[in-house]
Design a protein around this ligand. Structure first.
Ligand code: NAD
Ligand code: IPM
Ligand code: MN
Length: 357
């Protein structure tokens, strides 16, 4: 079972290090031999090779069952005039492997709702699964950066693109609270009207799932006023990007959220929702939870190791329940990235059965 590691930039290497330690511990406890190979992506790849996604990285991903990605980008590569940007590496990776379905779960378990800056009675018991379309829409349409002092981007969706990601949302909802909220801006955008009619057509194949449509501007407000009313939120590439960062407030911090980017096979790219966090990079204080939960998603979706995935999730949850906090969650007595992960490993070893003979 081979993982490809793409640490990337900023806090990417800091959180991925802890993800690897956790996976090695899971391997020891449950008797699996995980292999890891590392490759370059993003700004560090540009510095070393001139490309944000070198061919050697694509090859390394292809020979792995799952890819763990830290984060890309940072001020060093942010010059608007630059010909190549770290973020292109990420977009290329998604395109190369056809990773059209991006799953971003957002949860607050009862004992952890105090982590959110929102009132506890609002954030409590949130359990939302974002299904974000990841290889189309505004991110992948034609664009022209300058044209006589103007610039344009194109937002195109085909029925086929909407349909396949909508099916992922309905199938997920069937195994959850049986509700899909589809996000669009159908009162203005033609692509959103196609989105809406296509989702309605797909919904007919899932009669047990309730479908509601919410305009994206209203959705930003409902997310923070009635988060418990959502189950699966289905959104296009840009709206899903924005709403999932907003929803991180419900879980306490952007550092808490994991993601899985999937195609039709078992292969996937697993990464925290957050970016390279240049403001805290190098300080050893990044929250590793989003990365650790992403590792659990990799165990579950790409390796089929459900027991191992939930053991890791439970160890993270137990660590938070016991009061361990990184600096983004608490201004007092906060732990470093490594010290927090140490506690997760202790919890993992304490609560998981030793299966080795
Ligand atoms: P960011 O997500 O990096 O940071 C936003 C804020 O959240 C910052 O204050 C940061 O300190 C905090 N934060 C993020 N992750 C954290 C963690 N694990 N622990 C504690 N605090 C955390 O977003 P940004 O600052 O807008 O972007 C920085 C760079 O990252 C940009 O170049 C952007 O393009 C890139 N980016 C990359 C990815 C990715 O690789 N998947 C995702 C988002 C942004
Ligand atoms: C994310 C990031 C990326 C996106 C950027 C870095 C290209 O924000 O993974 O959410 O917008 O998809
Ligand atoms: Mn984002």
């Amino acid at each position: 079972m081979r993982f490809c590691l793409l640490p990337g930039d900023g806090i990417g290497p800091e959180v991925i290090r802890e993800g690897v330690r956790a996976l090695k511990a899971v391997g020891e406890i449950f008797g699996h031999a995980f292999e890891f190979q590392e490759a370059l992506i993003g700004g560090c790849a540009i510095d070393a090779t001139g490309s944000a996604l070198p061919q050697a990285t694509v090859d390394a991903c292809r020979s792995s069952q799952a890819v763990l990605l830290g984060a890309v980008g940072g001020p060093k590569w942010s010059d608007p005039g630059a010909s190549v940007r770290p973020e292109q590496g990420l977009l290329e990776l998604r395109r190369e492997f056809g990773l059209f379905a991006n799953l971003r779960p957002v949860r607050t378990s009862p004992s952890l709702s105090g982590l959110s800056p929102l009132k506890e009675e609002i954030a409590r018991d949130t359990d939302i699964l974002f299904v974000r379309e990841l290889t189309g829409g505004l991110y992948f349409g034609a664009r022209q950066e300058t044209e006589n002092g103007s610039a344009w981007d194109t937002l195109i969706y085909s029925e086929a693109e909407v349909e396949r990601v909508a099916r992922v949302a309905f199938v997920a909802a069937r195994g959850r609270k049986k509700k899909v909220t589809s996000i669009d801006k159908a009162n203005v955008l033609a692509s959103s009207r196609l989105w809406r009619t296509t989702v309605e057509r797909v919904a007919q194949d899932y009669p047990e799932v309730k479908l509601e449509h919410v305009l994206v501007d209203a959705a930003t407000m409902h997310l923070l006023t009635r988060p418990r009313s959502f189950d699966v939120i289905l959104a296009g590439n840009l709206f899903g990007d924005i709403l999932s960062d907003e929803a991180s407030v419900l879980a306490g911090s952007l550092g808490m959220l994991p993601s899985a980017s999937l195609n039709e096979s078992k292969f996937g790219v697993y990464e925290p929702v957050h970016g390279s966090a240049p403001d805290i990079a190098g300080k050893g204080i990044a929250n590793p939870v989003g990365m650790l939960y992403s590792c659990a998603m990799a165990l579950r979706h790409s390796l089929g190791l459900e027991k191992e995935a939930s053991a890791l999730e439970q160890a993270v949850e137990a660590t938070l329940k016991a009061g361990a906090r990184t600096a983004d969650l608490s201004s007092e007595n906060s732990l470093s990235t490594e010290a927090f992960a140490d506690k997760v490993l202790e919890a993992l070893r304490r609560t998981s059965p030793v299966l080795k003979v």
